[in-house]
Write a protein that binds this ligand. Structure first.
Ligand SMILES: O=C(O)CCC(=O)C(=O)O
Length: 302
């Protein structure tokens, strides 16, 4: 089963990315959003009970409600991302048939959902939310990086594909993804830690940034961008009034090294070993164990 045309697969191989508009239905995304809304509801109730806020802001829509909560307490967003959020809806989405058909066209039929995966509430960069901007890589910009640069060298010969999936329309104003095409045939560039206090993860060393014009890709809810793991990408701060919600989920051939051996990804589709596809409870247990046992182990190459 393949979810890409030959032309789409060719574009990905040549350019290092692919924009697929209108590929997911509301019925695919709504359960994930509803689960996030429940998490936000719990955060609001907790802050209300603690006396930190005097309204639960229940009247605000999905792309707004978290803003006053984070403004009151920077930790209000802590539950939305993996592994704090391992709910059944996101688990089901990681097995979404349309999504896996697309992924299969690139990584083959043994599909591993990589443990390097995020649900991002990218907040409007209008104030610093009592320090949350400097503490959280989600709130500000995301610096240029290649996803292979945050994995261990064991995965250098593995194609790890990122599917970047917004839950709201993502445009230049709210900080949609920017990519630099056609770099993935070249070796990985050296990454450095961002300057102290700026938050965020590793970034391509400034002198190693390619001289190619970046492409900014607006993506409507229902669309996605696929990225090769050596395609440099970044995002600008969110200059809109609403939250730019998105998921970046990674995938590779389950038989190959994935570069994050200490954290539990999971087999989500397999022709060879379907009996090893785990259920929700097993996935949650694996994460709980990893959070205890991975202490002190090396996650990053640099
Ligand atoms: O969502 C963003 O703004 C950045 C995403 C990203 O860096 C990634 O998917 O690796």
């Amino acid at each position: 089963m393949t979810g890409l045309t030959a032309e789409q697969a060719e574009f990905f191989q040549r350019e290092g990315y692919l924009h697929l508009p209108g590929i997911l239905a509301a019925t695919d995304l709504d359960p994930v959003q509803a689960e996030l809304e429940q998490i936000i509801e719990r955060a609001a109730r907790g802050l209300l009970a603690a006396g930190t806020i005097d309204s639960d802001y229940a009247e605000l829509p999905f792309d707004r409600r978290l803003i006053p909560l984070v403004r009151a307490d920077a930790s209000a967003a802590a539950g939305v991302n993996f592994p704090a959020n391992l709910g059944p809806a996101i688990f089901d989405f990681l097995h979404n048939e349309s999504l896996l058909d697309i992924v299969e066209a690139l990584v083959g039929p043994e599909i591993y959902a990589h443990s390097c995966q995020h649900i991002r509430a990218k907040l409007p960069a209008t104030d610093d939310y009592a320090g949350a901007i400097s503490q959280s890589e989600w709130a500000g910009s995301t610096a240029w990086h290649q996803d292979q640069g945050v994995l261990l060298p064991e995965a250098d010969d593995t194609l790890v594909v990122t599917s970047w999936i917004p839950l709201v329309d993502a445009v230049a104003e709210n900080g949609t993804l920017r990519i630099i095409p056609r770099c993935h045939h070249e070796p990985l560039r050296r990454h450095v830690r961002p300057p102290a206090g700026e938050g965020g993860s590793y970034t391509v060393a400034p002198e190693e940034l390619p001289d190619t014009e970046p492409v900014t890709i607006p993506v409507q809810r229902g669309g996605m961008i696929l990225l090769h793991c050596r395609t440099p990408h970044s995002s600008e701060p969110n200059r809109s009034d609403g939250i730019r919600w998105s998921m970046d989920l990674r995938w590779n051939d389950a038989r190959l090294p994935n570069g994050r051996p200490q954290l539990p990804g999971m087999l989500v589709r397999s022709l060879e070993s379907p009996e090893l596809v785990v259920d929700h409870a097993e996935w949650v247990t694996a994460w709980k164990l990893a959070q205890v046992s991975r202490r002190g182990s090396k996650l990053y190459r640099w």
